[in-house]
Design a protein around this ligand. Structure first.
Ligand code: HXC
Length: 259
């Protein structure tokens, strides 16, 4: 697959769509065109039958050290309002296939927010997460206050957001922010191994489970249950449900086709 993007590297390997942030000289600082590239590719992957699961990672010594400060420094409030840049970020939440983040080095500010848009997060031992925006006189703007609070609860999130301190991979694991800590040299290999395992699951179940879990975060239990139920029923319209249950009865491995 040829790479036609300026700020990211894109490839597909064994049913896994891979996006690597690629501005290593500035620790993958996220400028606006980079966000557009990321979301465009993830949406393309979402519609591409060849891709079952996506992986998001960073080239060099960081996942991403935040939104590009050079791009923001002189902005006015009115310019930002008119630019409405966060609609691009919002599109990330509509991606249906699972996204696995592989974080090495810094995941700060917008970089941490991008990591929090992933469904599963693996991190290298050297990973550091944080919201240093407060030391720049601002605050997170792409979901950081909301998503971190949902993950770790109000008191803990408040502490990290108000201090701007950096959280080690071990701490992030402890607080349930990430799924696994992995030796740096194995991060991509282990992430890919996990992605390939998930990629073998029936694709419709993957997307409807992902959607239902997100509803659990955003909705009340009652509303989320209505969503879960509808998705459960919907899967009975799929051939993969017939195949999965038939294979169980016939004591053989199912062959899922994604329809
Ligand atoms: C632009 C950045 C950058 C950023 C690093 N660089 N982070 N450029 N925006 N967010 C650049 C540096 O200017 C430097 O460029 C090069 O990357 C290497 O960084 P160093 O600082 O020399 O590396 P080091 O000493 O190892 O320090 C690493 C660091 C530090 C601790 C991560 O770079 C840092 O504090 N970065 C800013 C982190 C931050 O505040 N992030 C939040 C941004 S606000 P040169 O040209 O000098 O070599 C934000 C708001 C989100 O994210 C809002 C929603 C989108």
């Amino acid at each position: 697959m040829s790479n036609t993007y300026e700020y990211i590297e894109v490839s597909i390997e064994s049913s896994i769509g891979i996006v690597k942030l690629n501005r290593p000289k500035v620790l993958n600082a996220i400028n606006r065109p980079m966000v557009t590239e990321i979301v465009t590719v993830l949406e393309d992957f979402d519609r591409n039958d060849e891709v079952k699961v996506m992986v998001l990672a960073g080239n060099g010594r960081a996942f991403a050290a935040g939104a590009d400060i050079d791009e923001m420094a002189e902005a006015t409030a009115i310019e930002l309002e008119l630019l409405n840049q966060f609609t691009e970020w919002d599109r990330l939440a509509w991606v249906k296939k699972p996204i696995i983040g592989a974080v090495q080095g810094f995941a700060l500010g917008g970089g941490f927010e991008l990591a929090l848009c992933c469904d599963i997060l693996f991190a290298a031992h050297d990973a550091e997460f944080g919201f240093p925006e407060i030391s720049l006189g601002v605050m997170p703007g792409a979901g950081g206050t909301q998503r971190l609070t949902k993950l770790m609860g109000k008191s803990k999130a408040m502490e990290w957001l108000l201090t701007g301190d950096r959280m080690s991979a071990k701490e992030a694991l402890h607080y349930g922010v990430i799924n696994r800590v992995i030796p740096k040299e194995l991060l991509i290999e282990e992430t890919m191994r996990f992605a390939k395992k998930i990629a073998k699951q029936p694709p419709l179940s993957l997307r409807l489970i992902k959607e239902s879990v997100h509803k659990a975060v955003d909705y009340s239990v009652y509303e989320g249950m209505q969503y879960e139920r509808k998705n459960f029923y919907l899967l009975f319209a799929s051939n993969d449900q017939k195949e999965g249950m038939r294979a169980f009865k016939e004591k053989r491995k199912p062959k899922f086709e994604g329809d």
